[in-house]
Design a protein around this ligand. Sequence first.
Ligand code: SAH
Length: 350
Amino acid sequence: MNELSDSENRIDILSMYPEELEDYLKGMGYPSFRAKQVFSWLHEKYVGSVDEMTSLPKEMRQQLKDDMCYVEEEMRQTSREDGTVKFLFKMHDGQMIETVFMKYHHGNSICISSQCGCAMGCRFCASTIGGCIRNLTAGEMLGQIYSAMRLTGERISNVVVMGTGEPLQNYDNLIRFIRLLTHEKGYNLSVRNITVSTCGIVPMIDRLSEEKLPITLALSLHAPTDSLRRTIMPVANKYSIDETLGACERYFDKTGRRLTVEYSLMHGINDSVNDADTLGRLLRGRGIHVNLIPVNPVNETDFKPGTPEDVHLFKNTLEKYKINVTIRRGLGADIDAACGQLRRRRTRDN
Ligand code: SAH
C-alpha cells in the first residue's frame, strides 16, 4: 500500500498534498487552478462527495467520483448529559470506525481513530479484540474530522489521535494527516492543538521527535512497574518503562512539548495506594502531566473501575510527589463510551 491509496489501491485525493493533487489532475489534462479548487472544496469546505464540488465541470466530477476514500455516517449516538457525539463511520470497503466529538469550554475536541482495529492487544481495550484489520489513509483520518464538522455544524479546535488503533504503527499516514490538517491552504490547525497517544513504541517515538512537529505526546502507561505492565500490555514485553520514558524525554528535549501520561485505573490491578506511590516516585520531577481514567468496563473483559473515593485517593497520593494530575472528565457516560465498543457491538449485531 502506498500513502496515496488504500489497501485496495484505490486513489484517495483527500490524502494528497496540493502539489500531488496538481500532478494527478495534470495527468488527466486539467490546469493547475483546478487542483486549487479541489483542495479548497476538500479542506476548506469539507464536502462529503465530489458531486458537491459545483465549480468543477460535470465531466471532471464524474472522472473523480471514485478517487476519494469517503467516510460516511453509519450511526450516531448523542449524549443527553453533555452533548458528546459518537459517530460510527463507514468506509468505502464497508469497514467501520469510531470518532468522538466533545464539547469543552475552551473549544471543541475530536478523538479520531488511526486504524481499523488494533494489533497491540492491551487486555482492557475493546478496540484490539478482533486484531488490526487495516491502516486508515490520511484522508480517512481527515474525513472523520471534516465529516464531524459538517454533520454537527461546529468547528474543532483540538484533535486527539486516541481512538481505535496505534497511530505510531501507521506512521507515514499519520504524519501526512497532520501535515494536511495543519496546511496553511487547508484547515490550518495549529500543530500544538494535536495530541498523539501511543502505547509506547520506542523507535517510533524517536522518529517522531525528528519531524519538527510540536505535537503533544501522550503515553499510555497504566502501570508503575514492568512486571505489572506486562500482564496488561503486551508491548511492555518489548520495551521497558525505562526505555520508553527515555524516548519520551528525548521527545521533550527535541520538541519542548511536555509529556502526558495516561493511566487507566483498574480496580484491584493497578489502583492501590502502593501503586500510586510507586508511580509517584517514577514520574516525579519530570514535568509530566498525569491523566487518570477510571477504566471503562468492556463486556469481554473483567476490568472494573474503583469507587470515586479510590480514584481520589490515587490522585491525592500522586499529588504528594508534586505531580500535576487530572481525572479524565467522564464524557458521554450514557453512550457506549469506551473506545471500540460501538464498533464491536455493530460488528456483532450484523
Ligand atoms: N494505541 C494508542 C491510542 C488508542 S487507545 C494508545 O495506546 O495510547 C487510547 C487510550 O485509551 C489509551 O490510553 C488506552 O490505553 C485507553 N483505553 C483503552 N481501553 C480502555 C478502557 N476500557 N478504559 C479506559 N481506558 C482505555
